[in-house]
Design a protein around this ligand. Structure first.
Ligand code: EPU
Length: 437
């Protein structure tokens, strides 16, 4: 298990450059499976989620050539079924395999996907995905080690309404509908920028998709799709993570590749807390302008709301704001586990079952601790911590960098699931740490 020993108390300053968004790139790779010619994806980050998806694609006969410069060529011309035992070796490593269903059903008439992994931030069921696939005509069989699917009568367009604008289920519909017979109408869709970028990719491939302003997406199925050439949308989550790190450590970080339009909601909150930013053509500079940070009340939500993946690093900065901040998490029911380690480091964060500071959400009146009250400013001190999940883990590292004294952080390899060249970026920002495998 990899470990970092961090000497805190140093401001992070310098520049980091982003590549494509983890939550787009991995889906774009799956989209390549739908074509009958090769695709070229640019700005692919070297992260372990990309490795897992690459291995699964390769098992299905896709040839992948991945260069250091982030260019990935995916050739699906020899797609084939994979052995269950080989697929199963990837059980628990990612959530992306569920998105292989539609493309594999189109290409091979059958699919087997392993039990899913991903961060433990709630139950993370796949009921929406399975309902969606049944709507298209898939027959689903749960096996002890995964899920098998077939489409004896082919896949046909459907009228689908999601009970919640789930990102994954929306992607499931898109990746299945584009080559299904007839028209699909999806209401209650998620409209995150990563989804819009996936739609752009599918359109380049030959798909016909329209997005209305009321979360309705219409897809006209086509018989075949070509490969695409595309530069992936930048990683908004990584951008927000470095912004929060600059604020929490009283630093100054230029995030190359970050863009304003997809970050507007974050930028508003960052400014309200007392952070400063300057928007340039090639990125955004985030810095602590001096003076006191202000408390805020935020509610995480689907786009265009404040993203759930932004709250964890920002909470670390909020421990330095003067007064009470409230964060109401409405996307995942169990995403405040990381606050325990922050409290161990001197933060004062109390979590509640009630929907605090915003509108009642679907987790209210149930046993989920999904609201947090952060009381600041509190001086953070070093501690021994274990990385629990991707975003929570990043926030622990930020807290350790902002804290007085030494922290030992274990399970650090988990962070490479979503942050490319994490350690060398920290080094270039002047962080003081050692690392061992
Ligand atoms: N949900 C269900 N049933 C389903 C699917 C989802 O109840 O079948 C619920 C979830 O349990 C959750 C809510 O719907 O409470 C939203 O889940 P969603 O499907 O939108 O999330 P996801 O597709 O599994 C992606 C990102 C997450 C990000 C969310 C929200 C990927 C690989 N993951 O997850 O990213 O937080 O959308 O934007 O794209 C991360 O990057 O660290 C991360 C967790």
């Amino acid at each position: 298990m990899s470990q970092m020993t961090i000497q805190g108390g140093k401001a992070l300053t310098g520049r980091v450059d982003l590549r494509g968004a983890k939550n787009l790139v991995t889906k774009a790779m799956v989209a390549a499976l739908l074509a009958d010619s090769p695709s070229l994806l640019r700005d692919v980050p070297h992260i372990s989620d990309v490795e897992v998806v690459s291995r699964l694609l390769q098992l299905h006969g896709v040839t992948i050539d991945f260069q250091d410069n982030g260019e990935m060529r995916l050739d699906p011309t020899n797609v084939k079924s994979a052995r269950m035992v080989d697929i199963d070796a990837h059980a628990g490593s990612s959530r992306i395999p569920i998105l292989f269903c539609g493309p594999l059903l189109h290409q091979l008439g059958e699919a087997f996907i392993p039990d899913l992994g991903g961060c433990h931030i709630g139950d993370r069921p796949i009921d929406f995905h399975l309902d969606v696939l049944r709507n298209f005509g898939a027959v689903i069989e749960k096996l002890p080690n995964g899920t098998r699917m077939s489409a004896p009568d082919g896949l046909h367009g459907a009228k689908i309404s999601l009970p919640y604008p789930s990102v994954g289920a929306t992607e499931q519909v898109l990746l299945t509908a584009v080559r299904s017979e007839g028209i699909t109408e999806l209401s209650g869709a998620a409209i995150e920028p990563e989804i819009v970028d996936l739609i752009a990719i599918l359109q380049k491939m030959g798909a016909i998709i329209s997005v209305d302003t009321d979360r309705v997406i219409r897809i006209e199925g086509v018989k075949r799709l070509d490969g695409y050439t595309h530069r992936a949308l930048f990683d908004r989550n990584e951008a927000a993570s470095w912004a929060a790190a600059a604020l929490a450590t009283k630093g100054d970080i230029f995030v190359g590749g970050a863009r304003q339009p997809e970050m507007m909601t974050f930028l508003n909150v960052f400014r309200k807390v007392g952070g400063a930013f300057e928007i340039e053509d090639d990125g955004i500079r985030f810095f602590h302008p001096g003076g006191e940070l202000q408390p805020v009340v935020i509610e995480t939500d689907v786009h265009p709301g404040f993203m759930t993946d932004w709250q964890q690093p920002l909470v670390v900065a909020l421990t330095q704001a003067k007064g009470l901040s409230i964060v109401h998490e409405t996307v995942y029911e169990n995403r405040f586990g990381f606050t325990e380690a922050l409290n161990q480091m001197g933060a004062q964060i109390q979590i509640y079952r009630e929907c605090l500071g915003g509108n009642p959400c679907r987790f209210g009146q149930r046993n989920f601790y999904h609201s947090a009250v952060i009381s600041g400013p509190t001086e953070l001190h070093g501690a021994d911590i274990r990385v629990p999940d991707l975003r929570g883990g990043f926030s622990h590292i930020v807290a350790a960098l902002a804290a007085r004294g030494t922290s030992n952080v274990t399970n650090v390899q988990l962070i490479s699931r979503g942050y490319e060249h994490f350690l060398s970026k920290l080094e270039s920002l002047g962080a003081d740490f050692t690392y061992s495998e």
